[in-house]
Design a binder for this molecule. Structure first.
Ligand SMILES: Cc1ncc(COP(=O)(O)O)c(C=O)c1O
Length: 387
């Protein structure tokens, strides 16, 4: 007699390695060490005052009850307007479902589109939750290998099979900081149309782009009525609302109907006072993102120059807040692997960063520069000194 086993489904899923590492770092900090955190992918700004105020006012006004499953009309209207203005996307309220963070959107999304054994093409490097959310739905992540973080369209086509259901694009990319070209987005979205595939476009870092171009996703480029594209969006990064847990998916109406069916049994709805905060974020989006973009743009330049001195094969980040250097051969030989090098840097330099193998790219490191200029300088100097 003993405790019953957990399901095969949950046993097949890996716990988030970055969360596991966070407990090692917390232990170091508890023992009195100062650790510089280049590991957590979260903006270090406070949540904007307008968002806090709108949330507080909503609580005081009594917006504390059960609400509509896909999100209240005021927020879905604001999202429809935003997508139209930003990307020329022509949709209605029936094309939006608001969930508790884009993590929940992604979990639900694969439950909707995958039958057991269905395949989803995932370009390397990928954000850690993509493969696990696919596996939780009984699907199979099929990784598109990459030498340097770029997505090779020919490799993508070669890996498509009869079981392929969807392709994921995440641009600006976590962890590489890369922004896919408009041409590539157009090719992928047209390929999805020709082959009856979903294109899942994770646009979490849309406001953090460091050249003069405005963000445009694959739907804005070639699928304005969202026939094949599922836009996955988060309020976490662009509006510093990580703890609010709010995100949404925009997609075909029949898909959103399925989302609503699932969500009605899972969480019911997202809190209305949180949705009020999100509405305020969208109404003030330009001011919020202009400030963040300016600060992150400056930091990205500083971090890039210093990182290149340590790891010459560091591409300039085009978006998001990550550097993704390739570790040079001699260092890799000396330390054995990216994971061991990351542990050495944590133990010796007291700087936490993540190995590329967490993201399907062994031999790389992810350095998040969402911290002060001082810490960026100190942290990168400490890394240089410990090698
Ligand atoms: C690419 C990407 N998508 C989604 C998320 C999750 O965002 P949320 O806080 O909305 O769950 C993250 C968070 O790191 C991310 O990097």
């Amino acid at each position: 007699m003993g405790t019953p086993n957990l399901s095969d489904r949950i046993e097949a899923v890996e716990a988030s390695k970055s969360v596991e590492l966070a407990s090692v770092i917390a232990e170091l900090r508890r023992s009195g060490e100062k650790v510089i955190g280049f590991n957590v992918g979260e903006p270090d700004f406070p949540t904007p005052e307008v968002v806090i105020k709108a949330t507080q006012e909503a609580l005081e006004a009594g917006h504390t009850r059960y609400a509509l499953v896909p999100g209240e009309p005021f927020l879905r209207e604001a999202i429809v307007k935003k997508l139209k203005e930003d990307q020329g996307i022509e949709i209605g309220l029936e094309n939006i479902c608001v969930s508790n963070g884009s993590k929940q959107v992604l979990y639900s999304l694969f439950q909707l589109i995958c039958n057991p054994g269905d395949e989803v093409l995932v370009p390397c490097p990928y954000w850690v939750s993509f493969p696990e959310a696919i596996k939780l739905a009984g699907g199979k992540p099929v990784f598109i290998p990459s030498e340097n973080g770029d997505l090779d369209f020919e490799k993508l086509k070669a890996l498509k099979t009869d079981r392929t259901k969807a392709i994921i694009l995440n641009s600006p990319n976590n962890p590489s900081g890369l922004v896919y070209s408009k041409e590539l987005k157009e090719k992928v979205v047209n390929y999805c149309k020709e082959n009856d595939l979903y294109l899942i476009s994770d646009e979490a870092y849309e406001t953090l782009i460091y050249d003069d171009d405005k963000f445009i996703g694959p739907a804005g480029v070639a699928d304005p009525n969202l026939e094949n594209t599922l836009i996955v969006q988060s309020f976490s990064k662009s509006y510093c609302m990580t703890g609010f847990r709010l995100g949404y998916v925009a997609g075909p109406a029949h898909f959103i109907k399925g989302m609503n069916k699932l969500q009605s049994h899972v969480c019911g709805n997202t809190p209305v006072f949180i949705q009020k905060g999100a509405e305020a974020a969208l109404n003030n989006a330009d001011a919020i993102s202009a400030h963040m973009k300016e600060v992150f743009s400056k930091r990205s330049g500083i971090a890039f120059e210093l990182c290149k001195e340590i790891f010459p094969q560091t591409p300039r980040p085009q978006g998001a807040f990550y550097l993704f250097p390739k570790i040079q051969e001699d260092l890799l030989k000396r330390f054995g692997s990216d994971e061991e090098l990351a542990m050495h840097i944590l133990n010796e330099a007291k700087v936490a960063l993540l190995p590329g193998s967490f993201f399907g790219m062994p031999g790389f490191l992810r350095i998040c520069f969402s911290t002060s200029e001082d810490e960026i300088r100190q942290g990168l100097k400490a890394i240089k000194d410990c090698l």
